[in-house]
Ligand binder design. Structure first.
Ligand SMILES: *Cc1c(COP(=O)(O)O)cnc(C)c1O
Length: 410
């Protein structure tokens, strides 16, 4: 019997689309770091055994190795053990999970939150819980793959709207006769770093009586004065919850964010009106039919929320790093286009897969790790280096990246 995989894999290889995993580990174990090598924490890794300064992670605030999270994790393991043993609806939901959900809701200023073990699972379960056959979903062309998978599973009619095109969205909503309309968008686009105009989207949804689902995977922790995310960034929520101007208007909003990026751990949550959240808990198949995340994860995340709120200097430093990178690259006159982005994601568009991989290899030789992102993750012909900044980086480390890019042959 001949299997078709060999030929299919060769096809990927010829398109330079074959992915290869690296084995990644901290150069120095977090528990063994001395004050002198603090700059290594969350920035410098052994990648296939070679030490590299990394700009590849989504650890935007540098929390994945933060001492407070590590201490919370140790304590929770001692208290709960390691496994959650069952789905949350059977016996996998602990006091840690309960307190985490309350803390998440309070942080983002919405009435209730539901914790999922992964962002992928949250979106794939959430969309089919909200809409089905006879309904319509309006999805930004650059939305994350797991939103698209959730939409497909829902069997609702799909309208792909050109990226960030409010006029096209307006027209598509006006033309639809669907029973229920759901607009779906990344709040911060994962491969471009730009922020969706959430107030304008809310206004459109009000006009057409649609619901709005925003996926804040890259905004939560990073945007907003206390890291509350994109809603606070635009003033829809404030320190006391929903802002006065938005009182009574938030029922159509479904907020979702992930916790494996800026929050430094793993999982995700859905937040909004208590009845909506209750319905999602009753109906999302990825919630019902999957083992809960261990309590140690929930406990680590509660520590993460405290750090996110109490250490605004991490967001200020991230801002300074972004300015340093953008000014440094402008001065270095590199031939590639740095996309406009006010977040931690700073994409450098290279073009072809071959050239993106070549620049990545040249940086690698200089001890700097920046992953090349290729189609289908980004549109054909826009392969890029997705430079991802973290509050753990120092200004000197950003200078090192700029110098390494300036030395790449053009
Ligand atoms: C990473 C990401 C997800 C998936 O979250 P995981 O917790 O990694 O499964 C969902 N949506 C967006 C926009 C993302 O970037």
């Amino acid at each position: 019997m001949t299997l078709p995989f060999d030929e299919a894999l060769n096809g990927l290889r010829q398109n330079l689309a074959l992915r290869r995993r690296r084995q990644v580990a901290p150069v120095v174990a977090p528990a063994a770091l001395t004050p002198q090598d603090e700059a290594l924490r969350g920035t410098t890794y052994l990648i296939d055994g070679q030490p590299r300064l990394s700009f590849g992670s989504n650890d935007y605030l540098g929390l994945s190795q933060h001492p407070a999270l590590l201490a919370a994790a140790h304590a929770a393991i001692d208290r709960y053990g390691v496994g959650a043993t069952a789905s949350p609806l059977v016996c996998g939901h602990s006091p840690e999970h309960e307190q985490l959900e309350a803390a998440l809701a309070a942080h983002v200023g919405l009435p209730r939150a539901l914790y999922f073990y992964a962002g992928y699972a949250a979106n794939v379960g959430l969309v089919p819980a909200l809409v089905g056959r006879g309904d319509a979903v309006f999805s930004d062309a650059l939305n994350h793959a797991c939103l698209i998978d959730g939409i497909r599973l829902s069997r609702a009619e799909l309208h792909v709207v050109p990226h960030a095109d409010l006029a096209a969205l307006d027209a598509a909503l006006a033309a639809s006769t669907a029973r229920r309309k759901l607009v779906v968008t990344d709040a911060v686009f994962s491969m471009d770093g730009n922020v969706a105009d959430v107030p304008a989207l809310m206004a459109l949804c009000e006009r057409h009586d649609a619901w709005l689902l925003i996926d804040d995977a890259h905004g939560y922790g990073v945007l907003g004065p206390q890291g509350e995310g994109t809603l606070a960034h635009f003033g829809l929520t404030g320190v006391d919850g929903v802002a006065p101007a938005w009182q009574g208007r938030m029922d159509r909003l479904i907020y979702m964010a992930t916790l494996g990026k800026a929050a430094g751990v793993s999982g995700a949550f859905v937040a909004g009106h208590p009845d909506m959240v209750e319905w999602v808990m009753q109906k999302a198949r990825t919630y019902m039919f999957a083992t809960a995340a261990p309590a140690v994860i929930a406990a680590s995340l509660r520590a993460a929320i405290d750090v996110i709120r109490q250490e605004p200097q991490r967001r200020r430093h991230l801002h300074a790093l972004r300015t340093r990178l953008r000014e440094g690259l402008a001065a270095a006159q590199i031939p590639w286009h740095l996309m406009p982005s006010e977040t931690a994601i700073q994409p450098l568009v290279i073009g072809s897969n071959a050239e993106a991989l070549a620049v990545m290899a040249q940086l690698d030789e200089q001890g700097v790790w920046v992953p090349a992102i290729r189609p289908p993750t980004v549109p054909e012909g826009t392969a890029r280096l997705r430079i991802s900044l973290s509050a753990a980086h120092t200004l000197a480390q950003v200078d090192e990246l700029v110098a390494a890019l300036a030395r790449c042959p053009r």
